[in-house]
Design a protein around this ligand. Structure first.
Ligand SMILES: Cc1ncc(COP(=O)(O)O)c(C=O)c1O
Length: 380
C-alpha cells in the first residue's frame, strides 16, 4: 500500500490552520478544491449566462451522480441528487403505499428528521414504532426484529447513530425487513465517507445521505440511492420537471417519469453547491473509503485512550469495529465546555448531556493532545 501524505491533504483545508477543528460530525472543512470549483461555477455564470446550463452545469450534476455512485457501489441511474435528506424522504415516501402496510420502524437514536417525517404521516394512518435503546449507544437488532411484522412497510433507521457513533449492522437489518416483506431505508448521513459501504452487499433498498459532513461538500446537496428495480416501480406523488422523461419537451399534458432514480428529482438543483460537493467527493474517492476509515479510526482510538486515561465518561460502543469517528463525552454542562474550548480555538459541538468530538482524516494526533490539555483545565 502506498504511504499517504496526510500533511499534504491537511494543507488542502486552510481552515485547519485557524483552529483545532474536531467537528466534522457537524460540518466538514472546506477544501481548496471546493473553493476553486465554486469559483469556476461563478466564472461560467458571468461568462456564459444561461448557456452554462447546457454546456456545463447539467453535466456537473451528472458528474456528481457518478462520483457518488462510485463511492457506494451503485450505478449512476440509481442515484438522485436532492437538496437535503428531508426532501429526499418526502419524494421517495410519496411513492410508497401505506394503505396495505401502515407500519414504519425507526429507533430513538435516529436523527429526528427521519422520525418526524413519518410521525407527520400519522393523520394518513402511518404508524411509527420507535425502537428503544437500552444504553443510548446502540439498538439491538432484536428490538427491530420484535417490531417488524407483516404490517410493516418500512424499516427506516441510521447506519451510524449521531449521538454515539455506533455502526448499525444494516445488512442484517435489511434481511429482517425483507423477511417480513418490508423495505429497508437507511439514513447514512453520519456514515458515508468515513465508513465504507457497498449498497449492493448490504441489500438496503433506499439510502439517503448528505454532503456537508464526512463528504466535505458543504450544504445544499444530499444523495438518494434507490435500488434500480424498486425505483422504476415507484411513482412519486411529489413531482417536478427534472423527473420527467423528456424534460425539455415542456409537455403540459403528460407526466412521464424517467425510468431511473432521477424520477425523484423535482426542481432546479443548487448548482454552486453541486460544484462544491463534487470537488469534496472527488477527494473522498481519491483517498478511498477504506483508507479514510483506517485513518479516522486510528485518530479516534488515540483520542479515546487519552480521554479514558483522564477518567472521562464516554458514551461509545465497546467494540472499535462498531465505532465510527464520533466520540461522545458525557458532561453535566456541555454548552459551557464547548464555549470554553472555543475560547481556546478548539471547535467541537454539543448534544444534550454530551460533547461530540470527531477527528477526521485531516486532523492530527497532536490535536488530540491539544484538546486533552484544554479539557484538563476545564474539568479542574
Ligand atoms: C443522521 C442525520 N440525518 C439527517 C440529518 C439532516 O437532515 P437534512 O438534510 O434534512 O437537514 C443530519 C444532520 O445533522 C444527520 O446527522
Amino acid at each position: 500500500m502506498n504511504e499517504i501524505d496526510w500533511e499534504a491533504w491537511r494543507a488542502e483545508f486552510p481552515g485547519l490552520q485557524k483552529s483545532t477543528y474536531l467537528n466534522t460530525v457537524s460540518l466538514g472543512q472546506l477544501s481548496r478544491r471546493s473553493r476553486s470549483a465554486v469559483n469556476r461555477f461563478l466564472d461560467l455564470w458571468t461568462e456564459r449566462g444561461a448557456s452554462a446550463w447546457y454546456s456545463y452545469w447539467l453535466a456537473e450534476v451528472d458528474g456528481l451522480r457518478r462520483e457518488f455512485a462510485r463511492l457506494i457501489g451503485a450505478s449512476p441511474d440509481e442515484v438522485a441528487i436532492m437538496p437535503n435528506i428531508s426532501s429526499a424522504l418526502a419524494a421517495v415516501s410519496s411513492a410508497l403505499d401505506f394503505t396495505q402496510r401502515s407500519g414504519v420502524v425507526c429507533c430513538e437514536l435516529d436523527f429526528p428528521t427521519l422520525i418526524y417525517h413519518f410521525l407527520a404521516k400519522a393523520p394518513q394512518g402511518v404508524q411509527t414504532h420507535i425502537a428503544s435503546s437500552p444504553d443510548h449507544i446502540q439498538v439491538p437488532l432484536e428490538a427491530f426484529e420484535a417490531a417488524v411484522d407483516e404490517r410493516t412497510a418500512l424499516v427506516a433507521t441510521s447506519r451510524v447513530y449521531f449521538t454515539s457513533g455506533y455502526i448499525q449492522d444494516v445488512r442484517t437489518l435489511a434481511g429482517i425487513a425483507h423477511g417480513c416483506g418490508a423495505l429497508c431505508l437507511v439514513d447514512d448521513y453520519q456514515g458515508t465517507g468515513q465508513v465504507p459501504i457497498d449498497v449492493k452487499r448490504t441489500g438496503v433498498d433506499i439510502l439517503v445521505t448528505g454532503g456537508l459532513k464526512w463528504l466535505i461538500g458543504g450544504p445544499g446537496v444530499a444523495y438518494m440511492y434507490v435500488r434500480r428495480e424498486l425505483a422504476s416501480s415507484l411513482a412519486p406523488t411529489v413531482a417536478g420537471w427534472f423527473g420527467h422523461r423528456r424534460q425539455f419537451d415542456f409537455d403540459p399534458h403528460n407526466l412521464e417519469f424517467r425510468d431511473d432514480a432521477q424520477r425523484f428529482e423535482a426542481g432546479t438543483p443548487a448548482t454552486a453547491a453541486v460544484y462544491a460537493a463534487k470537488a469534496g467527493l472527488e477527494i473522498i474517492n481519491e483517498i478511498g473509503p477504506e483508507t479514510l476509515r483506517r485513518r479516522t479510526a486510528a485518530l479516534n482510538q488515540d483520542l479515546i485512550q487519552r480521554l479514558r486515561e483522564h477518567g472521562c465518561r464516554l458514551r461509545i460502543p465497546s467494540d472499535p469495529e462498531r465505532h465510527a469517528g464520533i466520540t461522545i463525552l458525557e458532561m453535566d454542562d456541555p454548552a459551557r465546555a464547548v464555549r470554553l474550548l472555543a475560547d481556546c480555538r478548539i471547535i467541537v459541538d454539543k448534544r444534550p448531556g454530551a460533547v461530540r468530538i470527531s477527528p477526521y482524516f485531516y486532523n492530527t494526533f497532536e490535536e488530540n493532545g491539544i484538546i486533552l490539555r484544554a479539557l484538563d483545565e476545564i474539568l479542574k
